[in-house]
Design a protein around this ligand. Structure first.
Ligand code: NOJ
Length: 763
C-alpha cells in the first residue's frame, strides 16, 4: 500500500510550491497547467470508489489519538471508510494533533495516500474571537475586516485546519432570521465588498502558505430569504431580486477567487439549492467559470427527500451530483449510492471525474500534496493561537464596529472624573455572551466584560447591580434547545433601582444572549428579551441619565428606548475585547464611527423593511391627506434607524455636491464633508443612486459608493466618487447586465436618508 502511495507521489510530482488563485490567473498559465496535468495523472489511476471517496465529507467522529472505534457503531463504519480512501474531507476536527492523526490514516493507510482537507466554521475567529460578522460589517472598513480574516486564518491554520466555511454572503432583510449575525446585512453592494475583503483575508496571495486557508462562499443561494425569518423555511424569490440582490455578492467573491462554495437548505423556484442545476452548473460553473468545488450544506442532499423532491436517498444522490454538488457533507449519500448509480448508467462517470478534479485542485493549491502535515505543527499551534497581535487587532475592530444610535445632550462621552456611575444588567458582567454564536473553538469566559472594561477608568465611582438575568436559572448555555429566557425573575430590580437613584449616570447593558442568534435561532419578538424592558423602564423612572449599551446579534425593535433613553450604543457581540472596546467608546477614547449594515425596524410588523425597496404606484408619503396609499394604519413606514445610520461625538455636514461627466459613462461625484463639531472624528460618506426610469422598476435608492473620511474639528475635505457602468447598470429579468440611458438622482450623506441630491443624464 505504501508503495503505491510513493509511486503515486512520484508520478504526480509534488512540487506545487505556490498556490494558484485560479480566478486571478490567466487560463493558460503554465503553473495552472502543471496542476491540471497532475490532477489528470491522479484521476487516471483512481478507481471509481476512490473518486467518489473524495466527494465524501464526514464530521469528526472520534478522538483520533485515542482507541479506534469499536465495531458496530457508526464511527466504526466511518473509520473503515477513511482507511479505504472513501473520505475526502472532514469537518469539526480541531487541533494539530487530531488533524495529524487523521491525516496520517489518509496518507499512510489508503491506497493512494491522498490527503484530507479539513473544514471548520471559523466565522469570526478561531480562538481569538472578534466581533460577529454583522458587527464587523458596521465598521464599513475593508482593511480591518480583511485583517480580522487574515488573523483568523493564521490561527485556524495553526490548529491544523485548512478550510473555513465562511464568509456567509447571504443578503437578508429579515432580522427575525437568527443567521443575520453571520452576514454583512441587507445590501448587496456593501455585502459584496465585505465578502471580498473576507475572502482575501482568509486566502491571502498564497493558498499554500501555512498562514492561509481556503474560504467558502455560502449559502448558494437565497437562504437569507427564509420566509418569515424562520430558519430552514421555504424561500420565494422574484427573478429581479435573485439577480440584483442575492447573486452579486456571490459573483464578487467568485471573481475574487474564493475556492469553494456551499449550497443551501432552501429551495429556489421550488428546486432545492442542493439539487439546483441552474444555480450550480449554469450560473456558478458555466457563466462565472468557477473551478473550485461546491460542498453541500450539512445533510442537505438527504433533506431533498423531506422537501419532496427526491424519492429516496439514492435519488437524492443522483439529483445532487447531476446538479453540481461536488462534496456531500454528512448525508453519506454519495459514498453509499454513487458507485451503483454510475455502474447502472444513471450517472455519467464524467460528472464524478469533474467533482473529484475540483476537490483535488483545491487540495493541490493548499499545498497538501507537498506536505500533508504542513498545517499540523503543534509548536506553531502553541505559539500562534492567542497571539497578542490578534488581541490588539480584535480590539481595534471591536471599537470600529460600535454604532452610536442616540446621544441627546451629549450625555456621551462620559466625564472621566467625580461621577457616580451605576452599571446595571446581567450582560455587563458576562464574559461568555459577548463571544456571540459560531465560535466552536473558543473557550467560555474569555471575553473582557463591560464591567472589567469600565473598571480601568479609575476617576469615577463605579457600582454594579445585576437587576435581572437574561437567561432563566435552569437554562443551559451550551445547549441551544435548552436556552431559556428569564421571563419572571425580577428579584434584583429593587437593588438596581436603589443604585440608580443615587448615581449620576446609569449604564445599562441589555440585549440578547450571545446564543440567541445564529443558526436555528429565529425570533418573532425582536425586542429586549425577558424582563429587561421592564427593568429599563423601572430604572428610567428614578434616573433619566441612562446610557443603554445594547448587546445583540440582530437589529432589535427598541422603539420605547429610542423615544425615551437619551444615549444608545449598539455594541453587538464584540468578542474577546468587548468590554475594553465599549469602555473606550463610552469614555471617548475612541470616537464611534460605525454605521448600521441593516435597518432597525420599529416593530416586527414592518418586516421585511430595507432601504433599497422599490417604489410602489402609491408612495405619496406621510402627512398627506390621502387614505389610499401604501402604508399602515398603526405604524409609520419609516424604520427606527435606517441602513447606513450611525452618529459620532462630533458632527458632519455635506455641501457642494458636484457632478461631472468625465467621459462617456464615467461620472465623477464630488462633495465637501466638514467636521462641524468639536472633536476629531471619522465619517463613512455614502453615495446612493436612483435610476429614475428604466425598463424594469428600480429601487428608490441603491448604495453605489462609500468613503471613510477622518476630519479635525472645522476641517473640510472634498471627497470624490466615480460612477461607471459597473455601478449604473442592473440585471434584467433574464440575468443580462444592462446599462440604460436616462436620468439618475444622486444622494450623498451619512446614511441612506441622505438628502443632498443632484441629478445627471446618462447617454
Ligand atoms: C450548517 C450550516 O448551515 C453551515 O453554514 C455550516 O457551515 C455547516 N452546518 C457546518 O457546520
Amino acid at each position: 500500500m505504501k508503495k503505491i502511495f510513493l509511486i503515486g507521489l512520484f508520478f504526480i510530482g509534488l512540487s506545487c510550491k505556490k498556490s494558484i488563485n485560479t480566478a486571478k490567473q490567466t487560463s493558460g498559465s503554465s503553473f495552472q497547467l502543471r496542476i491540471e496535468n497532475k490532477i489528470d495523472s491522479l484521476i487516471d489511476i483512481m478507481t471509481l470508489e476512490e473518486k467518489i471517496g473524495q466527494m465524501n465529507q464526514y464530521t469528526g467522529f472520534w478522538d483520533a489519538t485515542g482507541p479506534i472505534p469499536i465495531k458496530g457503531d457508526q464511527s466504526a463504519t466511518k473509520y473503515k471508510d477513511l482507511k479505504k480512501g472513501l473520505v475526502g474531507s472532514m469537518l469539526n476536527v480541531q487541533g494539530a494533533k487530531q488533524v495529524r492523526a487523521l491525516q496520517k490514516i489518509a496518507v499512510e493507510e489508503t491506497r493512494l495516500g491522498i490527503p484530507l482537507i479539513f473544514g471548520f466554521d471559523v466565522i469570526h475567529g478561531y480562538k481569538t474571537i472578534g466581533p460577529i460578522p454583522l458587527a464587523e460589517s458596521a465598521s464599513w472598513d475593508m482593511e480591518v475586516i480583511k485583517k480580522a480574516a487574515q488573523n483568523a486564518a493564521e490561527e485556524t491554520a495553526a490548529a491544523g485546519i485548512n478550510w473555513t466555511f465562511a464568509p456567509m454572503v447571504d443578503i437578508s432583510r429579515d432580522p427575525r432570521w437568527g443567521r443575520v449575525m453571520e452576514g454583512a446585512g441587507e445590501d448587496p453592494y456593501l455585502g459584496a465588498k465585505i465578502g471580498v475583503a473576507r475572502v482575501e483575508g482568509f486566502q491571502g496571495e498564497d493558498l499554500a502558505s501555512p498562514k492561509t486557508i481556503a474560504a467558502c462562499a455560502k449559502h448558494f443561494a437565497g437562504y437569507g430569504f427564509a420566509e418569515s425569518g424562520r430558519d430552514y423555511n421555504t424561500v420565494d424569490l422574484g427573478t429581479s431580486t435573485l439577480y440584483n440582490i442575492i447573486l452579486p455578492p456571490f459573483k464578487a467573491v467568485s471573481q475574487a477567487g474564493v475556492r469553494t462554495f456551499m449550497n443551501a437548505f432552501n429551495v429556489l423556484n421550488n428546486i432545492p439549492a442542493t439539487g439546483n442545476t441552474f444555480l450550480q452548473r449554469e450560473v456558478l460553473k458555466k457563466e462565472w467559470r468557477f473551478n473550485g468545488f461546491v460542498v453541500s450544506d450539512w445533510g442537505s442532499i438527504a433533506e431533498m427527500e423531506n422537501h419532496g423532491y427526491a424519492q429516496n436517498i439514492k435519488h437524492a444522490a443522483e439529483l445532487a451530483v447531476k446538479a453540481g454538488s461536488d462534496m456531500d457533507m454528512e448525508s453519506s449519500a454519495y459514498v453509499t449510492e454513487l458507485v451503483n448509480l454510475v455502474n447502472n448508467g444513471t450517472v455519467d462517470e464524467k460528472l464524478i471525474d469533474d467533482a473529484a478534479r475540483r476537490i483535488l485542485r483545491v487540495k493541490f493549491e493548499l499545498g497538501l500534496f507537498d506536505d500533508p502535515y504542513r498545517y499540523c505543527n503543534e509548536e506553531n499551534e502553541r505559539n500562534i493561537i492567542g497571539k497578542k497581535e490578534f488581541y490588539d487587532d480584535a480590539l481595534d475592530i471591536a471599537k470600529k464596529s460600535i454604532v452610536l444610535l442616540k446621544n441627546e445632550n451629549n450625555l456621551l462621552p462620559l466625564k472621566k472624573e467625580n461621577q457616580k456611575i451605576a452599571v446595571i444588567g446581567a450582560l455587563a458582567q458576562d464574559k461568555t455572551s459577548p463571544l456571540g454564536n459560531w465560535r466552536i473553538a473558543a473557550d467560555n469566559g474569555t471575553a473582557i466584560s463591560v464591567l472589567e472594561g469600565l473598571k480601568q477608568y479609575k476617576g469615577n465611582t463605579l457600582k454594579y447591580a445585576k437587576g435581572a438575568d437574561v437567561l432563566a436559572p435552569d437554562s443551559k448555555v451550551a445547549f441551544v434547545s435548552e436556552l431559556k429566557i428569564n421571563e419572571t425573575d425580577t428579584s434584583g430590580f429593587a437593588e438596581a433601582i436603589a443604585l440608580a437613584k443615587t448615581s449620576d449616570v446609569v449604564i445599562m447593558v441589555l440585549g440578547e444572549h450571545g446564543l440567541q442568534t445564529g443558526e436555528a435561532r429565529s425570533r418573532t419578538h425582536i425586542d429586549l428579551p425577558g424582563v429587561q424592558q421592564e427593568l429599563l423602564e423601572m430604572v428610567y423612572k428614578v434616573n433619566k441619565n441612562i446610557v443603554l449599551v445594547l448587546n445583540n446579534g440582530r437589529p432589535l425593535a427598541i422603539t420605547w428606548a429610542s423615544e425615551n433613553i437619551p444615549a444608545i450604543v449598539e455594541a453587538w457581540q464584540l468578542g474577546v475585547q468587548s468590554g475594553n472596546a465599549i469602555a473606550q467608546v463610552l469614555y471617548g477614547d475612541y470616537n464611534p464611527s460605525g454605521k448600521l449594515p441593516m435597518t432597525f425596524p420599529k416593530s416586527v410588523g414592518q418586516i421585511p423593511i430595507y432601504y433599497n425597496h422599490n417604489s410602489t404606484g402609491r408612495p405619496y408619503g406621510e402627512g398627506n391627506d390621502v387614505v389610499f396609499w401604501s402604508h399602515y394604519m398603526d405604524e409609520s413606514n419609516k424604520p427606527l434607524y435606517p441602513f447606513g445610520y450611525g452618529l459620532s461625538y462630533t458632527s458632519f455636514s455635506y455641501k457642494n455636491l458636484k457632478i461631472k461627466v468625465v467621459e462617456g459613462r464615467e461620472i465623477q461625484v464630488m462633495v465637501d464633508v466638514t467636521n462641524t463639531g468639536k472633536l476629531k472624528g471619522k465619517e463613512v460618506a455614502q453615495l446612493y443612486i436612483q435610476d429614475k426610469y428604466a425598463s424594469v422598476v428600480r429601487p428608490v435608492r441603491e448604495l453605489k459608493g462609500f468613503k471613510m473620511v477622518e476630519l479635525e474639528p472645522k476641517e473640510t475635505k472634498t471627497i470624490m466618487f466615480m460612477l461607471t457602468e459597473k455601478e449604473l447598470g442592473f440585471y434584467s429579468n433574464t440575468g443580462k447586465y444592462i446599462v440604460e440611458p436616462g436620468t439618475f438622482n444622486v444622494f450623498v450623506g451619512g446614511n441612506s436618508w441622505a438628502s443632498l441630491t443632484h441629478a445627471f443624464n446618462l447617454k
